[in-house]
Design a protein around this ligand. Sequence first.
Ligand code: NI
Length: 322
Amino acid sequence: MMKGFKWGKRISLWLLMLLLLTGAMETASASVAVMASNQAGGVEVALQTQQAGKTRVVGSAATPKSSVKITPRPTVKPAPKPTAKPAARPRATVKPTPVRTKAPTPTPKPTPPPADAPDAKFIALTFDDGPNEEFTAQLLDVLEGYEVPATFFVLGCQVEGNEALLLRMVEQGHQIGNHTLKHKQLSKLSKADIRRQIAGAADLIEAACGQRPQCVRPPYGDFDKKVKAVAQEEGDALILWSIDPEDWRTRDTPLITQHVLDNAQPGGIILMHDIYPHAPEAAEQIILGLWQRGYTFVTVQDLLGNVQAGKAYGRASKAAQR
Ligand code: NI
């Protein structure tokens, strides 16, 4: 470094001489040679002339940078800037899982045959004499699990206390029919009493669930001209049945199921009762068996379409019915 500085000083002196000479030739005014260290550590010489109070640089020279070794300044590490806290990342929105309120459907769930197939076979499940607080509720669970519609012929005297079951029937898409007020043999009654039996039950059902039945199933399948006349005046069709497993006589579920499967035919109406403990299981076996045979379950109304008031559909079995 010392050697470099000496050389730089010597070169600067030569340059100064040259500048003084140039400056003297150019102007007669006072000239001042200014020597200063340049940034690179070399020597810089400038000749300034004073003319009318103004300083003018007339020439300058500097030792070459390369001749001076530069000691690098210790670099001051900048204090780290306080890092701003990163903005909180938006939380991934978690889709809430709906609380399951319904009873799980049976797994694996069998598939019903397509209802819109050209060779679709329709059949109707019907249940009489309820609602029953316990067994109708269980039956509705089964029907809901398989999404099967049915038709309930309700007794007027069973409505009180079971209004929630009637509402559930409506909600699940079942049809509610009229099975009279007190399950009397209608042909033995006067016209006035027949009307009381039919209209009285219809009033109670309508009050409970908001739907007035438009069809009557006469108890025991018993009817005559008087009954037909009253039904016509009340705007009700008479609905009987075509398949009767006599589920009131036996509690043997496989026997009931087999009877229905053996006697099923398209357009059939199956008679059952939702007041027995075996009704829910029998209904489940019948649903599975008839699905295997290609049947689609519908309500009586959907099975028969537009029915005529006062007209009887289906037939009564020979045996006396409950
Ligand atoms: Ni009955």
